[in-house]
Design a protein around this ligand. Structure first.
Ligand code: ZN
Length: 200
């Protein structure tokens, strides 16, 4: 199953091999950009359906969540597609200029609704935790987080005692610039996804 997911990510360009400069400043030999696979609706649908089946099996319910909410922009498509597979509503939270996330555009979640937080790739889980904090201030209890890819480590608990569902645990070796073996081989890291498409 992991192999099939990895193959889908590779084929769509969502999983890149090379020498990358991460936003943390560390260097890595792989880079994950889930937007690359989620741009194909049929692939997004298949991956989210598979994840939804896992969530449904674990909860023992066909419709375990009423609302799926993800942090914009990265998780907009993912939250929507996962909501479709789970038969709920798909919302996104937006970054507040003064920090944290907020629900805008008239989005509302009622206190009785069961909410799943969705983030396409969890590295530290920071954005998802900020959405969880926002939900808490709204008086909404959240019991689970879901992602396509977990990069925080197979045994890590980035969300404490909350259930954490994901399709794939992916260990991406990464190093400080000084310790990077790829730099020592003489190659120069590139910043992935930072260059917009050139206009015609
Ligand atoms: Zn390097």
């Amino acid at each position: 199953m992991d192999d099939q997911v990895i193959a889908q990510l590779r084929e769509s360009g969502a999983l890149l091999e090379g020498h990358f400069l991460l936003s943390s400043g560390r260097h890595a030999a792989q880079y994950v950009q889930c937007a690359q696979v989620l741009q194909y609706p049929e692939r997004a649908e298949a991956l989210c359906r598979r994840l939804a089946e896992q969530i449904q099996a674990a909860s023992g319910e066909a419709r375990p969540y009423d609302v799926v909410v993800g942090p914009a922009m990265g998780a907009v498509t993912f939250a929507y597609e996962l909501a479709r597979a789970l038969g709920g509503r798909g919302l996104f939270a937006e970054r507040h200029p003064e920090g944290g996330f907020q629900l805008r555009r008239g989005f509302r979640i009622e206190s009785h609704e069961r909410v799943l937080v969705a983030e396409d790739v969890v590295t530290t889980g920071g954005s998802a935790r900020e959405v969880l904090a926002m939900l808490q201030t709204l008086g909404i209890r959240t019991t689970a987080v879901a992602s396509l890819v977990n990069r925080s480590g197979a045994n890590a608990k980035p969300f404490g005692e909350l259930s954490y569902y994901r399709l794939l645990d992916l260990e991406v070796p990464n190093w400080t610039a000084e310790a990077c073996p790829l730099c020592q081989e003489g190659s120069t890291p590139i910043k992935p996804g930072s260059r917009p498409q050139a206009s015609a």
